[in-house]
Write a protein of this length. Structure first.
Length: 144
């Protein structure tokens, strides 16, 4: 369960960039399953298709998701609610996500590309891949 303190000072500004992290309930490794990971990727794309976000990078780790996005419409809370409810319905395995999420507003002096590359390199640091681009559930706008 997340602390109410996580919500203190949370600001949602259209046109700003955020790194969002959400964790599977009980840290279950639901996304080791290829089909489950693909459904979560579809949920990220669903939020983008709805016009609420523009993704710059994401990674679906076995038990959590990191997402660098630009808020286009609504609030961070709405984006996460849409993402979590859409993915939970598609997965159909009961409660999927822990309550709440973590967010970091990317400051003007931070490099978006550097932040994106850090996100997609998570599988390397976790020992899930040996080189960048090898892990199938990571995407970065700058890796095209």
């Amino acid at each position: 369960m997340s602390s109410p303190r996580l919500r203190q000072g949370r600001v949602s500004e259209i046109g700003y960039f955020y790194i969002l992290t959400t964790v599977v309930d009980g840290r279950r490794r639901l996304f080791e399953d290829e089909g489950n990971a693909e459904l979560v990727i579809d949920a990220l794309r669903h939020v983008e298709r709805s016009g609420r976000s523009r993704s710059l990078a994401w990674v679906v780790m076995p038990d959590h998701v990191h997402w660098l996005m630009e808020l286009r419409r609504g609030t961070l809370a709405t984006c996460m609610n849409v993402f979590k409810s859409y993915s939970s319905r598609k997965l159909g395995v009961g409660r999927v996500w822990q309550h709440g999420y973590y967010d970091h507003a990317v400051r003007n002096d931070e490099s978006l590309e550097r932040q994106a590359r850090y996100i997609v390199e998570n599988p390397l640091r976790a020992g899930l891949a040996k080189k960048r681009g090898e892990y199938p559930y990571a995407w970065c706008r700058w890796d095209r």
